[in-house]
Design a protein around this ligand. Structure first.
Ligand code: ADP
Ligand code: MG
Length: 358
């Protein structure tokens, strides 16, 4: 899916903007504070029904306004009829529309328009808390495995029921939740593991492109001792779970790490190399999506220059020209585009919240 048309209203300092992006490379240039990240934020809202900078819509809505609107048209492939979609966020309400129908949840929207983001904060993906890594796995698994969402929801429901029971202090009747948790948890873990198997070759190629000699590898952990069924861990840990008031084992504790030459990358590589690994992971995710669904994703890269030095920017552009996905890349300095001279490239200038095609 590529974004063929985008209309933004009242997102941060952008009162109104309307663009027809290139299906391949889009560069967004402008001085600091002009609204470049806000434009990416708008595209992210269109694909995920939420901002990446704030969980409070009120902060994203332009000052003195009650709501923001982002609408667009996405195309599945050249020559196909574009599908309209849109998101409207107020301080306490959210409306999502896809192909003329109103949606209750964001799942179908997310499926219809897969948006991936690489921003300065992404470099924490491998070094920060595991939650972001689980979200990375789950987003990828969700797009490739049609049944994943139901199982994930089943797991989340069972986990919250079991935790409520633990907090009530008795643990009576917990067996049914152990069983549910184990049933869904095993499926969720298996689906994530399958996803990582599919991601691995793309990650190897991308990591090799940016970092040269590896060997780099992805190593996942399930969140429990998989030598035994999850249900056994849940039973064995009941006393501890009751004491702490939450469930210690399960896919909600799952994680992955990158290993370099057999060691955990974060204890071995430089910060700069870690950033490149995160680029490699996210670009591998986009490429897997592209090649397995035949659906091109849309990748947002914020503040390219602060992320990569000029040598690595060159490598990135080289990598991007070989992909089919649609990219939106922001930068303060238009000279980062110089090595480009690329086909199917659009450049947008942002100035005080106004967006114009150059
Ligand atoms: N809710 C809001 N309403 C209006 N302007 C805002 C709001 N939130 C932030 N801004 C302003 O929007 C401008 C653009 O921010 P941003 O998109 O981050 O700029 P850039 O990425 O180009 O450096 C900033 O000057 C910021 O102060
Ligand atoms: Mg910015």
């Amino acid at each position: 899916m590529t974004l063929a048309k985008l209309d933004v209203s009242n997102v941060r300092n952008i009162a109104s903007a309307s663009i027809a992006p290139s299906p391949r490379l889009n560069f967004i240039v402008g001085p600091n504070g002009s609204g470049k990240t806000s434009l990416l934020e708008a595209i992210h809202i269109l694909g995920r029904a939420r901002s990446f900078r704030s969980t409070q819509a009120g902060l994203v809505i332009r000052l003195q306004q009650d709501e923001l609107t982002v609408t667009g048209r996405v195309r599945d492939g050249p020559g196909l009829e574009p599908i309209p979609l849109g998101v409207r966020l107020g301080r306490r309400k959210r409306e999502i529309a896809l192909a003329g129908a109103r949606l209750q949840t964001s799942a179908e929207l997310i499926r219809a328009f897969p948006v991936l983001l690489i921003q300065p904060a992404s470099s924490g993906l491998l070094e920060g808390a595991p939650k972001a890594r689980r979200q990375f796995l789950d987003w990828g698994t969700f797009h490739l495995d049609g049944g994943f969402l139901d199982n994930w929801r089943g797991y989340a429901r069972a986990l919250s029921q079991r935790n409520a029971l633990l907090r009530s202090g008795t643990g009576r009747g917990i067996d049914i939740w152990n069983h549910e948790l184990s049933r869904y948890g095993t499926i969720v873990n298996y689906a994530r593991a399958c996803y990582v198997e599919r991601l691995r070759p793309y990650f190897h190629a991308a990591a090799g492109h940016f970092l040269g000699e590896g060997p780099f590898d992805l190593h996942t952990t399930a969140g429990w001792d998989t030598e035994k069924p999850l249900q056994e861990s849940l039973r064995a840990e009941l006393a501890q779970d009751l004491r702490d008031g939450y469930t210690h084992s399960g896919p909600h504790k799952g994680d992955f790490q990158v290993q370099a030459a057999g060691r955990s990358a974060k204890n071995y590589l430089s910060r700069g190399q870690m950033k490149l690994l995160v680029f490699a992971l996210l670009l591998a995710q986009a490429q897997l999506l592209e090649e397995s669904l035949g659906a091109r994703g849309c990748v947002l890269i914020d503040d390219l220059a602060s992320e990569l030095d000029s040598g690595n920017r060159g490598k990135l552009l080289e990598f991007l020209t070989l992909r089919q996905a649609q990219f939106f890349i922001t930068a303060t300095d238009p000279c980062i585009l110089e090595p480009a001279g690329l086909a199917e490239t659009a450049v947008f200038q942002v100035e005080k919240g106004r967006v114009t095609r150059v």
